[in-house]
Design a protein around this ligand. Sequence first.
Ligand code: HEM
Length: 545
Amino acid sequence: MAQLSVSVDSVQQTANSSGMSLLLPLLFLPLTMTLILILPLRCIFSTRSAKGKSKLPLSPPALPLIGHAHLIGSLPHVSLRDVARRHGGEDGLMLLRLGVVPTLVASSMRAAQQVLCTHDRSFASRPRAVVSDVLFYGPSEIAFQPYGERWRQAKRLATTHLFNINKVQSFRGIREEEAGLLVNIISRAAETCTVVDMSKLLNKCTNDIMCCAVAGQSISVNGRDMVFRKLIDQTFKILGGFNLDSFYPGMTNFAGGLLVLSARRKAKSVRDGWSEVLDKVIDEHAAELADAKKNRDSGDDCGENPEVDFIHVLLSLQEECALTRENIKAILFEMLGAGTNSPYLTLEFIMAELMLHQDVMAKLQAEVRKTIPKGQKVIHEDDLTSMIYLKAVIKETLRLHPPVPLLVPRMSHEDCEVDVYTIPAGTTLLVNVWAICRDPMYWVAPEKFMPERFIYNGEIGGVDFRGRDFQFLPFGSGRRMCPAMNYSLASIEIILANLINHFDWELPRGVDAIDMTERFQVFTCRREKLLLLPSLHGITHPSKG
Ligand code: HEM
């Protein structure tokens, strides 16, 4: 999602690896051309500050052409925190120029509150980019749509028919069943002392839950679930790749779009992959709706309520909401993509942190195993209510490893007075929630994995992540906040409780440490796959003596 930042990363990597020598041949022509396009823009930008009327936040020294892009490293949230410490204002605001794009970076709790609450409306748009425009038909989904009525409508559809509390509750059967299937797979591995690839299993489990919630149980026929996971990988690879137009938006129209042709082609090819499989799924759903209507009209309706999923809902609202087939596909493929990755990456980080902190693991095992009666195979969501430590472990992991560390980049769609500054319309906004979550100003021992920090008098409490405590915003805040927080937490909790209740976990033989090195590709994820050796709790396998 954080397309801009990823692209910056690519520029930096290229610049670092060969002192710009790789970058220059690649960019020389486009950059020269862009200069012609950007000069007017730069003039506007500098005149505003020169007049003294509209003061701008502090900026580090910039280079010609690339501005501050060279300051961003392979983990943009880490380098932006370091640059802000050296060059930003005490108010936590800093202004960068990435290529020609003015970019406001908010790195303190107060700055986050200013831009996400006080001025939420002004910063409620998203920067445009060729890849997301092509991938999402416009874009016409939620996350990349500019602020306006179409975005509002798409978000309302998802919130009302997929993510409201009652809907999330109604998916509990799906979650319990999928978590059970995961336990079965791991149990078989445990019986034969086989190492499991947790990254792959968690990815599959969260994807299966999302697929069933969106499209019903039938979606995984003919190996479609595998096709979806492959397409999700391709989508995030292309969204996270180097995209010239994110730095030089003028490129999109320059020379008939020649310079963004390759990005356009790649995005179209991934979109066609989605389109092919989603068209089939949508056609099946349309046929089911037509059958149901025929039965109703002919009086053959046997009174049974056919299962209604999100695709049925979108199809029935197609006329009322003026939704095209393309709009529907864009929304669906965003749900399947975002719905899989953030929960699975969070679960992977939780398991990695637990392996690193065996005292926390032991405490969590004790809580879960005390709550679930011995011999009860299936964990029900009602069992989770009293698992306070489990909720604290999830919160602490989201604090240290927010999957979207800079939020999804926003853009101001109007001039805006932030404190003493005037931020011009068209400025990209990055909120470094990762840095704020590790700031010693707001957190005791911020680098320590300490779930207890969220427990007060035996209850979960304190700072919360629902968008009102600006030192802890893993789901963002304001109009553009993640609509799927309750959905995600429900999936994460049930899967985690199952992993902890049924199994004891070890590192594979010959591995003596967990590597927590991160990688940034739209989401922050662990660089290495998480490989673990499970054993069934309470059963000592003969081969282990
Ligand atoms: C651990 C789980 C998740 C985390 C931490 C997370 C985090 C985020 C964040 C930080 C944003 C940007 C908010 C902002 O700009 O203020 C976001 C937006 C969004 N997320 Fe999530 N997310 C999660 C799960 C999901 C799931 C499961 C889905 C869908 C099935 C989803 C769909 C979206 C959408 C559609 C947006 C765009 C909202 C908008 O632009 O109005 N997210 N998410």
